[in-house]
Design a protein around this ligand. Structure first.
Ligand SMILES: *Cc1c(COP(=O)(O)O)cnc(C)c1O
Length: 398
């Protein structure tokens, strides 16, 4: 009998009861806007910022409307101007080059290694083209952060981290988002905490924090922030910083606070599932597991493997066969963007040269989501199905 998986790859867990209760309280108060506070009250959004700053050890934190907004705001806050070039990953998702385009700047794509991280040799080659890197820890894979920072510091490149897939992750124990000048996180449903939409920006730089807070739409109410720099930091920039509204509201913040308090537990549950998939697929002929470096504290909320030098037809066949057995694989190598799997050459507003080395890797990247609604037994079954289908196809090919 052929086994089939019947679960949903897009079904997340419910919001914790504490979050639902806190959300009801905000709704009963009617004070959903973050600056709409009663005498002596501290807004949920301000508390969330304080708690997230504390969690990652940052001086300042700003809660905003999305991860994409956090990235664009960080770029603006460090002074990226229209026409400037910004280095970024060729292997990432559309909101990353989109954030660069949002400020009128121009992405310069940097290649990807076969461990799915930014290619530091390619970065060194392109380092003279820009003085900002928007580094995407795509699908949670972190490059050697010490080597990256050495390279960037040496070449005068400021780093903004896209941590949409690394909230809760670290390199050598230092949280993701704390290596560069600013770290940007997403609180969208498919990330590590779920408010439907939302983003967080952290930094230790008072000037960047002050600019980001004013840009997010604080009017002159910035003194209501807690994880914020002192008033002097705002005095200098308050007249020259535009309001580009993108605040987070108290309802989302209320939903997020209990999830944040529980992040470590959730990350451990993701990793149990990730390691189960890894064990189930290791050693499968034709299929390469991405071995994770010892320095990396991972959050296995999605899983990737490489089909090195498979033909387009063979990869498509694997995706189709797994789909008929209920396993939803996403292929980053497809010529046409489908769902979330677009690639650098699908972003045609950028005049990007071909990158043959990156193309070769991208052509073989297969991705699957690992929602926490999957049990360990589900992950074992998913691995068995992929293994069977991949082995069959690989044998037929060779
Ligand atoms: C989701 C995502 C973002 C931004 O998230 P939004 O909150 O949807 O704007 C940024 N980078 C990557 C890699 C993502 O997957």
């Amino acid at each position: 009998m052929t086994e089939k998986f019947t679960g949903s790859f897009t079904q997340q867990e419910p919001i914790p009861e504490a979050g639902i209760a806190a959300a009801l309280e905000v709704m009963r108060s009617g004070r959903l806007h973050r600056y709409n506070t009663a005498e002596g009250e501290v807004a949920q959004a301000a508390l969330l910022e304080e708690e997230f700053a504390e969690k990652v050890g940052a001086k300042y934190c700003l809660a905003v409307a999305s991860g994409g907004y956090a990235m664009a705001t960080a770029l603006r806050a460090i002074g990226v101007k229209p026409g400037d070039k910004v280095l970024t990953n060729a292997f990432t998702l559309a909101p990353v080059p989109g954030a660069i385009a949002a400020v009128g700047a121009v992405p310069v794509f940097v290649g990807v290694t076969d461990t799915l991280v930014l290619d530091l040799d390619d970065l060194a080659d392109k380092a003279s083209q820009a003085d900002v890197l928007l580094l995407s820890h795509m699908r949670g894979h972190q490059c050697d952060m010490e080597a990256l920072m050495r390279l960037c510091d040496g070449r005068g490149i400021r780093v903004i981290e896209d941590c949409a897939h690394t909230m809760g992750a670290a390199w050598k124990g230092k949280p993701s988002g704390r290596w560069g000048l600013a770290g940007c996180y997403s609180c969208q449903t498919y990330k590590h905490v779920n408010a439907g939409e939302g983003g967080l920006l952290v930094t230790d730089d008072a000037d960047v924090a002050a600019r980001a807070i004013i840009m997010s739409g604080s009017y002159m109410l910035y003194e209501r922030h807690r994880a914020a720099p002192p008033p002097e930091a705002f005095e200098k920039i308050r007249y020259e910083t535009p309001n580009i509204s993108g605040r987070m509201d108290n309802l989302r913040a209320a939903i997020l606070r209990p999830q944040l308090a529980d992040l470590e537990t959730q990350c451990a549950r993701w990793n149990d599932r990730y390691r189960t998939l890894e064990d189930g697929l290791r050693g499968c002929a034709g299929l390469s597991i991405i071995e994770r470096p010892e320095e990396e504290t991972i959050v296995g909320s999605s899983f990737q493997f490489l089909l090195k030098d498979w033909t387009t037809d063979a990869v498509s066949a694997l995706v189709t066969r797994c789909e008929t057995r209920g396993v939803e694989l996403k292929w980053f190598g497809g010529a046409e963007p489908k769902g979330f799997t677009s690639r650098y050459d699908s972003w045609r507003y950028v005049d990007a040269p071909r990158m043959p080395a990156a193309d070769r890797i991208l052509a073989g990247i297969v991705d699957l989501r690992v929602p926490l609604t999957f049990s360990i037994a589900d992950c074992k079954l998913i691995a068995r199905i992929i293994r069977q289908e991949a082995s069959r196809l690989y044998q037929a090919e060779t």
